[in-house]
Ligand binder design. Sequence first.
Ligand SMILES: [Zn+2]
Length: 471
Amino acid sequence: MTSARQAADPAFDLVIAGGRVIDPESGLDAVRDIGIRGERIAAIGAPGLTGRDRIDATGLVVSPGFIDIHRHAVGDNSYRYAARDGVTSAFELEIGAPDVDAWYRMMGPARLINFGVSAGHIGARMAVLGDRGFLLPTGPGRGPATAPQIAEILAMIDKGLSDGGIGIGMGLPYTPGATDEEIEAVLRLAAKHRVFVDAHVSGEASVRKLTAFAATVGVGVNIAHINSTAGANVGRWLDEVRALRAAGHDVTTEVYPYTAGASLIQSALYDNWKTWPDERFGTLQWAATGERLTRETFEKYRAVGGSVISHSNTEAALRLGIADPLPVFASDGGRDLDDNPTHPRASGTFARVLGRYVREEKLIPLADALRRMTLEPARRLESRVPEMKDRGRLRVGAFADITVFDPETVIDKSTYTDAAQFSDGIRFVIVNGTPIVRDADFNTRGRLQGQRILIGTPMPGRPIRAPRAVK
Ligand SMILES: [Zn+2]
């Protein structure tokens, strides 16, 4: 450190020295130094680079920063959990925002990590139909829309895309009143803007209909969390996605490494709860207290609203989704009103894959896991957002979004009863050239670069937004 500072004119602002550098795009897997100047990677070379600042990565893996394309929790506190799980960019694509421009204004110019949002069908529908639910419809937003209302919904999404929204978000089980005509109109709008649709589908028939129509109009589709939506049929669904891709259609999907899902108890997912057998309530866990539900407590909490964890999948089905090379890893992480994670996936998804499924169970190779956390999510976004071609990679000229972790100790610590736990073994996280995590703790010594500061930590994360339409 001292000798580096004394060097008269160090070549780089920051050097990540002597780590095992893995770049899924080039296939590089070797001990290298990475030299960073400003926000970008300026050199990747043999050990010996010098810089004003130095991170010793000996014995550690140096990877592109993880890109989470499915995260609902977007606040400062929630982003701290993402950062400590190795995430350098997080996107809210499935639900998205009803007003993309307002969302980016709310988020401001700088956060801990990079962030972006899609134009949301659900939110547009809620606004037009007068639904006052939080995030998801609980009233008229679940029901049918008239032709003039559909036109209004489409106009909102159209504006969101012109304002730089990253694709269109859809959640079909949350909007059961949306007809095929409405859904097809949304897909035609996606075709007009040449964007993909990020969709939570409601079942096998729904995914077939959606992907078939998307193929007809030439629109890409990302199927949200295939692990939870397909459940026991995940193998068959993945084979269908593979077949569509082989036929030239732009279909992708994602998986999170947990057998339980989560949603809001007041949403349309649970509208038919009165017909359930008693034992089904016991598969649900109230996130705020960790208690398993009964018919009585379900009714009580549904009236209040909040996050409910649903123990609905098997480890065997989950492992199929993780072992398959197709899906990317994405957290689907949510938050409570204090911006704390409500399901362990919001804080532990990436470390859990690396610790449990790569190291302990050897279900997938490390390089494959990293490809599905970095390069593939970047590729999903880059036709719409050109700057993503410079993220998810370790190469000269790319943004210096970098995660350095210990492959021997990396592991998730968050649980279903205590989701607010940082992952272990994520040692350094660099966003746009600035370390936000240092020696497995928040960096309070980073370069400030004039950005807004939160509790002494630099805020180098920036909005990631599609180019705005020229009017
Ligand atoms: Zn989600």
